[in-house]
Design a protein around this ligand. Sequence first.
Ligand SMILES: [Zn+2]
Length: 183
Amino acid sequence: MIQNKEQWLEEASRKIKVPKELIARAFHEELEGNPAIDAPLEVPDIMDITYKYTYGGISRFFRELRDNQQLYGTKCTTCGTVWLPPRINCNECYAPTTWVKLGDTARIVTYTIVYYATSVFYGKTPYVCAFVKVDGADTLIMQNVFLKDVRQAKVGMKLKIQFKENRNGDMGDFWFVPAQEAL
Ligand SMILES: [Zn+2]
């Protein structure tokens, strides 16, 4: 049995950088219960992992966003379908694709209103998450639409792309606003 629970929690919290309340919950049985002397003894610990990953064949899409504030799709070399999000090979006929520059305007095809978001969008709720058709693309892309009032959202609404000031080369680099509000 843990003798000084408070001290044990403080040390564990310092060690693994997790609030004491969460550790207390995770180790409730050991702290409060009376596990058998030979029951598995669990130990709080921390694991830091640094890694990198690649966007592979669609890397250019993210570099164009980051470096040139430009939306690119891919066009099938056989059937001509323009894909956004980009595909290295056509989803319809599997032929290779080539890069094509897309317009900066789009339309809402369908949407929902988001009231509960992940940490990236805390403070931005409620906002509209929509499937939009960007001019020049044949397929739909899901992206956020920021409106002054989410009740303005309508199927068919004309949009304009906006880019984040400090771009990282990821999907958070851009979003859409109503065309008439864009600069
Ligand atoms: Zn095709």
